[in-house]
Each structure stands twice: as structure tokens, then as C-alpha cells.
Design a binder for this molecule. Structure first.
Ligand code: SF4
Ligand code: NI
Ligand code: NI
Length: 710
């Protein structure tokens, strides 16, 4: 058929190009020259996942070219032709990898970013499982009319879809006013068609990181990407055979392709379809991948989307700002009796945006009162924390901080579009009634800009409430509660993973505290968070509970039978892959090091965060390695089976500074050590084991007196 001819034409062309490029590179650099993608533990991920081969040097590539060619049968059969599409993917990967030989940043001159590092993929885990990112769009080519692709991409952005751009669509979108960047969920990859592999390997590494797919298990890989990665492809403009064969590769991975040229009878229903009317492209694409978008219609004059969360508003672009640096501020959600408040009552006390002097800084209080038969004070901070996200989702609004330490900026553009503080209140009212309707029956919002009135609210209502809450959090220990909770949210990507969330050990993603889990159980009784009884505790120090074991076994369909809550060696908790931090044993000191996802440098174990992270994940127990949230580090339960956080010998400086106050306090209480964090090394003093050991000896770190950990 015309279609299979096109696919084979493209695959054979790519095979020829790849073989030539490999031969040229070997002639130039020799077989031993290193070849690697940057910041990944998965080699050339497509080749590694599909065949199990770990490519590290140019001399490994000719065999891969052989495999690639063997995938191209040239047989008149669509299934066979899709395999040839995979060959194109392998070829693209090799061609792109060669760009990195002898060049750390081959994309410096391109408006694309090229290869996507492992930590970025891990950071996408939570937004993907919560539906915050409902899908992944691959937009490729050059639109005949730029406004067509601009409209489509803006639509994806407004729906939270993560969009990757390849080709001239990058400039078309940029010039058309699309806000571009990882924070905006519109990521330019590169201009060559082969750059499409950089999104393909995101899906492939998701299978390795979260899905525990064994490298070399090609059917397992294809099943994972088809069933669990909600991606699809849109091409713009005329197709050539290379694009078609790359599209065949996408289809083999389970990603439907929508093109804007008429393929007539060459369409493959459900997999390759023509949509000539661009106003239907998004709808068709989402249907083909069965992606459902939840829309909350908000009565506000600006866009509202999670993609605007990372938006930065510079001083010169701001209409006004509200900041605790210069004026009193607070944000508070408070439970009231039903008769004390009026549902949907919105009050602005003081001047609104149109009366506040442009370019200046003011006071701001956001005071939300809620009432409901099922409302509990424990849910107040859970709702309150969402104010940050919801304010940020407004296009042209930037929000940082919480409680009495906040900053809010409103852009001139948003102001000119008509945005006022009443809209801020409407956003809160509508979102609370949408997400928390099970517990909130009535909601009233008051926004105050009058400095004296804000100060009064802060002193008389907000501060006392924060203090009361802090006391509650302080006493909220694993001993003080009757129940822990499971969290199985990540099972959509890591089918055999289950977190056990306790007051002191929050979910490893850092996004689910015990209070969050408790609220989730109330909001969604049969949902991802189910209570675990603490009865019959077998070992308090190690954290062994019969019901923990029963519940994880049930939640993982038997994949996991035992979890010890506070041990890194004995039945440690598993990881899905989206953990904030990875902790690993440092054998020379008998201690552990911790690296956080943001840290891009080297650790004394000779591994980066990404390499350490690849040691665990996919819901498999790996003694010696443990993924966890930042907040867990200062807990007295942290590795208490192995002696506790006294074992920590190294952390990146940023992480150490972040946890210092709490960790030092815990160290004083648990071990009587002053300023414990001064004894912990960081990258400014050591990134290798010898220097680390010398530092620990100099500081007389307590780990040196402990028993061997293994
Ligand atoms: Fe995923 Fe665990 Fe976080 Fe739940 S608590 S979202 S399972 S990492
Ligand atoms: Ni915003
Ligand atoms: Ni996860």
C-alpha cells in the first residue's frame, strides 16, 4: 500500500543515514570514544529498553545498526511496517546521540532543549498521576498557517496537557505568543525530525523508572507505553516519508497520530487519522487517547490553567503587588458554624485593583470561611495550601509563600483584561466547591487590602490559628494517631507501588502528608488513601505492623508482602520513582548520603541523583536505597531501625539548609548533639569518598562510632 511504502521508504532512508553517521563518527573518533545522553542512567534509552544493550562507546553502535536493519522487513503488512517505525526511532536515537559526542551542549544553537534529563521525568510523576497533566502532546512539523498550530497548542496549554514541539512549529508558536518553557508545559525539543526521539525516550524511561519494565522486554515496553503513557502526536504541514515512518514508530508505542493532510484510504482508524479542520484537532486527539478533561468554568476575564503556575511577573510588568516584606499579609481557611456565614458571599474590604496605585506594594488578607457537616479543622491547612496553586493558575498572577509570608503580583496585562480581586474570590469559591464539596457545604470569601484591617485580622484571627495548628502538627507523631494511610495514586504509572503515609513519614513525592491522606479518604472514601490500623505492632523501632503488611499486599495484588516503615535495610518501603530525595548507603563511613532531585552534581558515591534514583523504583524493594520526601529527614523515625538520622553523612547544601532547623532540633532531642548539620558534608566540601571521610573525622561525626550498617 501507499502507507507501508512510505513507512519503509522512511525507515530505509533513516537506516542508511544512521549507518553512514556511525561509520563517519568511528572513522573520526575511534571505536572507544564515549557516547552518552546527558544526565540519564539509561544509556541510549530506546536501545536499552528494547534490547537490553548498554551503549557506552561508538564501537557499540554498529551492532545496534544491525538490529535496526533487522526490524525493517519491507513486507507488505502494517504490523511489520510499524516495526520498521521502531527502527526509525532507533536510528533517530543514534543520530541524536552522535550530536552529543565531543559536545556537551549540541542544542546551544537550537531553540530546542534536546535530550530531557531523568530528574525532569521524575518530577512529572505526581502531576501526571493526579491528572494535573492529563496527557502528553507531540506537535511536529510546520503549519501552513501559523495561527492553526498556535491555537491548538494554546488549547492544550489551557487544558494542562504537556506539549513537546519539534520543527518550525517552535518558532510559529513563539511568534504567535505562546508562552514556552518547561514551566509552561510547552517544551521545544529541536528542529530536526530526529529530535522527536527526545519525547519518545521520556515515555520509554517512564516504563523503566516507574513501570519496572525489564530492559530487553520489548513486548512489555510496548504494553506499558500503550496502556500507561497518555501521549499522542499531531503533525502539521506536508508529510515526508521520514515523518511517516517516525509516526509508525509512535503508533507501535501506542500513540495515535493525527495529521492535517488528507490520507484518504490510508488512514488507520484509531491510530492514524486525518483531521483537516484544525478546530477539531484537539478534540479528536483527546478522544483517540481517551483523555477526559475536567473543566471548571470560572467567571474571570483571564485564562485559568495549571500551565500558568510557573509564570514569573517582573517588576516592570506588574500592575501592583502584595507582599509581606512591606505590609501585613495573611491567608487563612477557617471552619465556622453554618449559621455564621453565607454561601458564596464575597466581600472586598479596602481598595480593589483599580483603586490601588500602579507599581506599588500593598497589604492583603485572603480569609476563607467554610462550614460543613463533614468539615474538620484538620482539613483547613489542606484547603489553605491550595490557595497558592489556584491564585497561580490565573494567567497574569504570580503567588509565592503561604500563611503570613506571601507575595502576590498582578500583571498589567491581567489588570487591563479586567481582573479584579472579586475574581480572586470567585476562583477560591468555585474551586473549593468543586474539589472539597464533600466536606464544604458553605463557603464565604473576604479579601482585605486595608492595611489596618489586615493587621487586625492577622493579629486576632490568623496568628492564633497558625499557632494552634503548629501545636497540633508538633504533637502529630506516629504514636499519637490510630491510623496510617495507604496512597496508591502512583499506581497508574507504577502498578506495584504503594506508599504508607504516617504523620512523620509523608509520601515520598513530598506532596501527600498524613493530613492530606486523611482528607483524601474523606473526600473519596474508596479512593487511593485507605486507613491502616496500628493494632498489634510487632516492632516500634523498625516500624513493623501486621496491618501495614496486609494493606500493602492487598494494594499491590500481592507484589509486596512486607514493609518495614523505618528501615532502609529490612523490607524497606518501595518507590514509584517520583521521590523528592534518594538515600543510599555510603559504605566507608557506615553512613548514608541523601541527594535531592534538584541537585545536578556528583555525590560521594560516584553517582548523580539520576544514577542513584535508577537503583530503586517501580515498586521493587531495594535494601540499601530508599526514596523519601524532604520532610522525612528530620523525623526521629528516619531509618530508626539502623540508628536514625545520625547516619546521615552528606547532603547537597541546598537540601541541608532547607532541613537544618528541624534536623538540628531533632538531633539535640534524640542524641544531645548541637548543630548536627555542621557535621554533615555537602558538595562544597566533598564529592568523593576520601575527602568525605577526612571531613567526617575532622568533625568527629557520630557515625564513626556506630556499628556497621550492613
Ligand atoms: Fe505517589 Fe506515594 Fe505521593 Fe501517593 S504518596 S502520590 S503513591 S509518591
Ligand atoms: Ni499565574
Ligand atoms: Ni510517584
Amino acid at each position: 500500500s501507499v502507507l507501508t511504502d512510505l513507512i519503509y521508504g522512511g525507515s530505509n532512508a533513516v537506516a542508511g543515514l544512521t549507518e553512514g553517521a556511525v561509520n563517519d563518527a568511528i572513522a573520526k573518533y575511534g571505536e572507544d570514544k564515549k557516547v552518552a545522553m546527558p544526565d540519564t542512567a539509561y544509556f541510549l534509552p530506546t536501545i536499552y529498553a528494547a534490547t537490553g544493550v548498554k551503549v557506552t562507546k561508538l564501537g557499540d553502535l554498529p551492532a545496534c545498526v544491525g538490529v535496526l536493519k533487522s526490524l525493517i522487513s519491507n513486507k507488505e503488512d502494517l504490523g511489520e511496517a510499524l516495526n520498521a517505525g521502531l527502527a526509525t526511532a532507533v536510528g533517530a536515537e543514534i543520530i541524536e546521540a552522535l550530536k552529543y559526542v565531543d559536545n556537551a551542549d549540541p542544542y546551544a544553537e537550537d531553540s530546542g532543549i534536546g535530550f530531557v534529563p531523568d530528574p525532569v521525568i521524575r518530577s512529572l510523576g505526581v502531576p501526571l498521576v493526579t491528572g494535573d497533566i492529563p496527557g502528553v502532546a507531540v506537535v511536529l512539523g510546520k503549519a501552513d498557517h501559523a495561527e492553526d498550530v498556535v491555537t491548538v497548542v494554546k488549547d492544550y496549554q489551557s487544558k494542562g496537557i504537556m506539549t513537546f514541539l519539534i520543527g518550525d512549529v517552535i518558532e510559529q508558536c513563539a511568534e504567535g505568543g505562546v508562552k514556552i518553557g518547561l514551566d509552561f508545559r510547552v517544551v521545544p525539543l529541536g528542529h530536526d525530525v530526529t529530535a522527536v526521539i527526545h519525547v519518545v525516550t521520556v515515555a520509554i524511561r517512564a516504563a523503566l523508572i516507574f513501570g519496572n519494565v525489564t530492559p530487553g522486554d520489548l513486548p512489555g515496553l510496548l504494553k506499558y507505553t500503550k496502556e500507561r503513557v497518555p501521549a499522542f502526536v499531531n503533525t502539521f504541514g506536508a508529510l515526508n516519508e521520514v515523518v511517516v515512518s517516525a509516526g509508525a514508530g509512535a503508533i507501535a508505542l501506542g500513540f495515535p497520530v493525527v495529521v492535517d493532510v488528507d490520507l484518504g484510504e490510508n488512514q488507520v482508524p484509531g491510530a492514524l487519522e486525518s483531521v483537516l479542520d484544525h478546530s477539531l484537532t484537539v478534540k479528536k486527539s483527546l478522544e483517540l487517547r481517551n483523555i477526559k478533561i475536567k473543566v471548571t468554568e470560572l467567571p474571570i476575564p483571564v485564562a485559568f490553567a495549571s500551565a500558568f503556575e510557573g509564570e514569573i511577573i517582573r517588576r516592570g510588568d506588574m500592575q501592583v503587588e502584595f507582599s509581606s516584606h512591606k505590609a501585613p499579609t495573611c491567608e487563612l481557611v477557617q471552619t465556622c458554624n453554618a449559621d455564621e456565614i453565607e454561601d458564596h458571599k464575597i466581600t472586598i474590604v479596602g481598595k480593589d485593583l483599580d483603586e490601588l496605585e500602579q507599581g506599588q506594594t500593598f497589604a492583603l488578607a485572603t480569609y476563607v470561611q467554610v462550614a460543613g457537616a463533614k468539615m474538620q479543622p484538620d482539613f483547613e491547612p489542606v484547603i489553605e495550601r491550595k490557595i497558592h496553586a489556584w491564585y497561580n493558575y490565573m494567567e497574569g498572577v504570580m503567588h509565592t509563600g503561604q500563611r503570613n509570608q506571601i507575595r502576590v503580583r498582578v500583571s498589567k496585562a491581567a489588570y487591563e483584561a479586567g481582573l479584579r480581586l472579586t475574581h480572586f474570590a470567585e476562583v477560591l469559591y468555585n474551586m473549593i466547591m468543586d474539589e472539597f464539596d464533600i466536606v464544604v457545604d458553605k463557603c464565604q470569601v473576604t479579601i482585605v487590602t486595608d492595611t489596618d484591617k489586615v493587621q487586625e485580622l492577622l493579629d486576632t484571627v490568623a496568628m492564633p490559628t497558625y499557632e494552634k495548628r503548629d501545636e497540633r502538627l508538633e504533637t502529630l507523631t506516629d504514636e499519637s494517631v490510630d491510623q496510617f494511610y495507604t496512597c496508591t495514586l502512583c499506581q497508574s504509572f507504577a502498578p506495584s507501588h504503594c506508599c504508607v503515609v504516617t504523620p512523620e513519614r509523608l509520601g515520598l513525592c513530598g506532596a501527600v502528608s498524613w493530613l492530606d491522606a486523611k482528607a483524601t479518604k474523606e473526600l473519596n472514601p474508596t479512593g487511593p488513601c485507605q486507613p491502616i490500623s496500628k493494632e498489634g505492632c510487632e516492632d516500634e523501632v523498625k516500624g513493623i505492623y501486621p496491618d501495614v503488611n496486609r494493606m500493602v499486599a492487598e494494594a499491590t495484588q500481592g507484589a509486596l508482602e512486607k514493609v518495614t516503615l523505618y528501615s532502609i535495610m529490612e523490607d524497606p518501603m518501595t518507590s514509584c520513582g517520583c521521590f523528592e530525595c534518594i538515600c543510599g548507603i555510603e559504605p566507608f563511613s557506615n553512613g548514608v548520603i541523601i541527594a535531592n532531585r534538584e541537585y545536578a552534581g556528583m555525590t560521594p558515591l560516584g553517582m548523580t541523583f539520576g544514577e542513584l534514583a535508577s537503583m530503586t523504583g517501580g515498586g521493587v524493594q531495594t535494601p540499601g536505597f530508599m526514596g523519601h520526601g524532604r520532610h522525612f529527614i528530620a523525623s526521629k523515625k528516619f531509618m530508626s531501625a539502623e540508628g536514625g538520622f545520625e547516619r546521615i553523612v552528606w547532603m547537597p547544601k541546598e537540601l541541608k539548609d532547607d532541613v537544618a532547623e528541624r534536623l538540628n532540633k531533632s538531633a539535640k532531642e534524640k542524641y544531645g548533639i548541637d548543630n548536627f548539620t555542621d557535621m554533615i558534608a555537602d558538595e562544597t566540601v566533598a564529592t568523593d569518598e576520601e575527602t568525605l571521610m577526612a571531613f567526617l573525622q575532622e568533625k568527629n561525626h557520630p557515625v564513626l562510632g556506630l556499628d556497621p550498617i550492613m
